[in-house]
Structures are given as structure tokens and as C-alpha cells.
Design a protein. Structure first.
Length: 401
């Protein structure tokens, strides 16, 4: 194929997997989830497992927001290095956050297997390499911090990296045993359909006009003059939550990604590892299940979707050149290119929990480069909150921290 698409690769590859109706009647339920992407689908999975009558609603086709644009790299590393996060929020909080992300990768594998998902989950190692000589000292400091707290890591010298991965332009790096990759678009669809058969009500192409936060419930009014009455509402709508949360909690950025053509050459030295570097903004790379290679980065401050997309050709060309510098022996020809918006918080952590301005509401906002693992953590946190319990991470992921 020689098509370069402005549509995300996963959306084109998978097409419309399942379609659901827009809302056509007034509904009463225990839980209503806003946002039917990977986060919403995971939270719905937990709510159904916990026995709650649950409705999920999205203004688009399900999974057509950020879930269709994610590169689906599963990493436990938070956007802030561990040693830096320890300085910011303390050792206990930082290590707990990292370990929760670490464990969530195994939990996602278990969920994928239990619902017989065709998302192609693969367990992988993760190589975080220094792309500049000046980054070596702090990256080694990060290595020592992770090692001292029990994370399975090794330090690789540049010569070893080049030999094992045919990767040039590195000055050494951290090899982690824990990582993974999936097709998040497919997993989200599989989760929704699995729980649809268990009673989950799903409505897409249904925009929310207003929400009444009442003493004992919420009343959601939709564009079709229909309402959803629920005991609790859970917002899983990512950066779009910034439209309703009064304070600034996140900086919005645009990121770019390209996927190459299917390659007949062997991927054996690359297929079991995720790659990312210390460039600013950093690049991230991985193989896909159908023998392609994906590279992303070239982040920009978000302005608007039109200006973001206008840069797509220029950014795709830059990513192709970056690929040629890092993996000069790899034959890479761009097949798909797209842009997406994501959020970056001051400490790299998500916002999960209640907000003082919204009664009977919870938020699961997994901002950052590892939003999928944060969403998996959110499953357990929401489950605890709905049962009136306190989760050990609630204090560190709360609003106003």
C-alpha cells in the first residue's frame, strides 16, 4: 500500500467492529459512564463485574476518540522519571504509583485473555535509551533508582544496544523486563461487546447537553431530549473533561505517529521490545502484530485540530528521518500517518476520584504517555470508591493535590 492516511492506523485497519444505537428513551440506572473508549470500556467492565446496572454513552462512534489514535504501548514508566517523582511527591507515593503501573500490564493481559480478545496482546521488554550524551548521567540515576526499588532492569551500553537491536544513535539505556503492546481499539470494542452481552447498555452518537448534580443522583440530558438518571456518573472522557473542570489540571499537546508498510524482512530483533528515547519531545517506537513498525513523537502544544492536522505531512517526514537515523538498516516506508491530542499533568500522574464541584461524580482521567495503564488502575480505584472504601492511591491521584 502507498496510502498515507490522516485517519489513525487502528481505525482503518479494523473498520467498524460493532455499532450501537443513539439513545431513544429515558433511562434509570446505577452507573452512567461518559466516554466509550479504552478507559470507559475498562471501567464498564469493572462495574458490570461488581454487579452495577451500567450505561455507557459517547458523542462519537464508540472508540473513535483518543482510543483510535493511541500507539498502544503498555509501559509502567510514568512521564516523570522515578527519581524525579520521588523528589516531587515522596518515595512511598512515587514507588506505589510505579508499581501499580507495573502490575496493570499483567492485569491487562489477564483481562484480554479472559474475554478472548483479538487485540493481539504481546508481553514485551522496554528499552529507554539516551539519545544525547548529556542524558546519560540522569538516565543512569534513574536506573539506580528503579533497581533499588526492586524493578527488573538492566543497564545496556551503546555497543550492546547496537549489536542486539541494530539501533544506532544511543549512548546506553535502561532495559526493563515489563512492557506490552496491544491494539487498544480492538480491546475496547471487545470489552464493550463482552459486557453488552452481560447487560451493559451502550449508546453512541449521543451528545450530553447538561448534567444536574443532585443530592442523591445525577440527571443527564441528551441532545435527543432524553435523559439518563443514575446514582453515579463516571467521566472517562480524557482531555475533553477540561471543558467542564474549572481549574487547569493538564497541558494539552498534539503528538504525531506513522506506521510503515508491512515489511518482509525479519523483525525478530525488534518485535519483543518497546523503544523510547530521551529526546525532548521523546520518540517512541514498536512493531505491530502484522509486521509493521510504528514511530511517534514530534509533540507540539495543542492549538486546534485544523492546525494540528495541517502539520501532519511535515511531521511524518521528520519521523521518517528520525527512524532512518535510529534504525538505518531497517527499510521503512510510511503507510499511515495521524495526529492525536493528549494531556500532560505537572507530576505525570492521572486524576482519578471525586471533584468537589460535582456531586455524585467520579473522574478517571489517565493523562500522559501511559494512559491505558492508568485506566487499568482506575478500575480498582473506582470499584473501591463505589463500595465506600479508600484506595491506597486515592491521595496521590486526587484533584487539588
Amino acid at each position: 500500500m502507498r496510502l498515507t492516511s490522516s485517519e489513525p492506523f487502528w481505525l482503518v485497519k479494523n473498520g467498524i467492529i460493532n455499532s450501537y444505537p443513539s439513545i431513544s428513551e429515558n433511562i434509570e440506572t446505577d452507573i452512567v459512564i461518559v466516554g466509550a473508549g479504552i478507559t470507559g470500556s475498562l471501567i464498564a467492565h469493572q462495574c458490570i463485574a461488581d454487579g452495577f446496572k451500567t450505561v455507557i454513552v459517547d458523542k462519537r462512534e464508540v472508540c473513535h476518540g483518543s482510543t483510535s489514535a493511541t500507539t498502544s504501548m503498555l509501559q509502567y514508566e510514568i512521564d516523570k522519571p522515578l527519581y524525579e517523582l520521588i523528589d516531587m511527591i515522596g518515595e512511598k507515593a512515587a514507588v506505589l504509583s510505579y508499581k501499580a503501573c507495573f502490575d496493570s500490564i499483567d492485569q491487562l493481559q489477564q483481562i484480554s485473555k479472559s474475554i478472548k480478545s483479538t487485540c493481539g496482546f504481546q508481553k514485551k521488554k522496554s528499552l529507554y535509551f539516551a539519545s544525547r550524551k548529556k542524558d546519560v548521567s540522569w538516565l543512569q540515576k534513574e536506573f539506580e533508582s528503579r533497581k533499588s526499588h526492586g524493578f527488573p532492569v538492566k543497564w545496556l551500553e551503546a555497543e550492546t544496544i547496537e549489536k542486539d537491536y541494530q539501533l544506532e544513535k544511543s549512548y546506553g539505556g535502561i532495559l526493563s523486563d515489563q512492557g506490552g503492546s496491544i491494539d487498544a481499539f480492538q480491546l475496547a470494542h471487545d470489552l464493550l461487546y463482552y459486557n453488552y452481552k452481560k447487560g451493559l447498555q451502550i449508546f453512541d452518537k449521543t451528545d450530553i447537553i447538561s448534567v444536574e448534580y443532585r443530592p442523591y443522583d445525577v440527571l443527564i440530558h441528551t441532545e435527543f431530549q432524553k435523559s439518563i438518571k443514575a446514582k453515579k456518573v463516571i467521566f472517562c472522557n480524557g482531555f475533553e473533561s477540561t471543558d467542564i473542570i474549572p481549574e487547569k489540571i493538564v497541558d494539552l499537546l498534539s503528538t504525531y505517529a506513522v506506521v510503515g508498510e508491512q515489511n518482509e524482512d525479519s523483525h525478530s530483533h525488534l518485535e519483543n521490545t518497546l523503544f523510547w528515547n530521551t529526546s525532548d519531545p521523546y520518540n517512541y517506537m514498536r512493531t505491530t502484530e502484522d509486521n509493521r513498525f510504528l514511530i511517534g513523537g514530534e509533540d507540539e502544544d495543542f492549538v486546534d485540530a485544523d492546525k494540528r492536522d495541517a502539520l501532519l505531512k511535515k511531521k511524518a517526514d521528520k519521523l521518517k528521518k528520525t527512524m532512518a537515523k535510529i534504525f538505518p538498516k531497517y527499510h521503512f516506508r510510511v503507510d499511515f500517518g495521524w495526529a492525536g491530542t493528549f494531556g500532560e499533568t505537572k507530576d505525570g500522574l492521572p486524576y482519578i476520584g471525586k471533584h468537589a464541584d460535582f456531586k455524585n461524580a467520579y473522574f478517571v482521567l489517565g493523562f500522559g504517555g501511559n494512559g491505558i495503564t492508568f485506566s487499568a488502575i482506575g478500575m480498582h480505584m473506582v470499584s473501591a470508591m463505589l463500595k465506600g472504601k479508600t484506595h491506597e492511591l486515592s491521595e496521590y491521584f486526587k484533584f487539588g493535590r
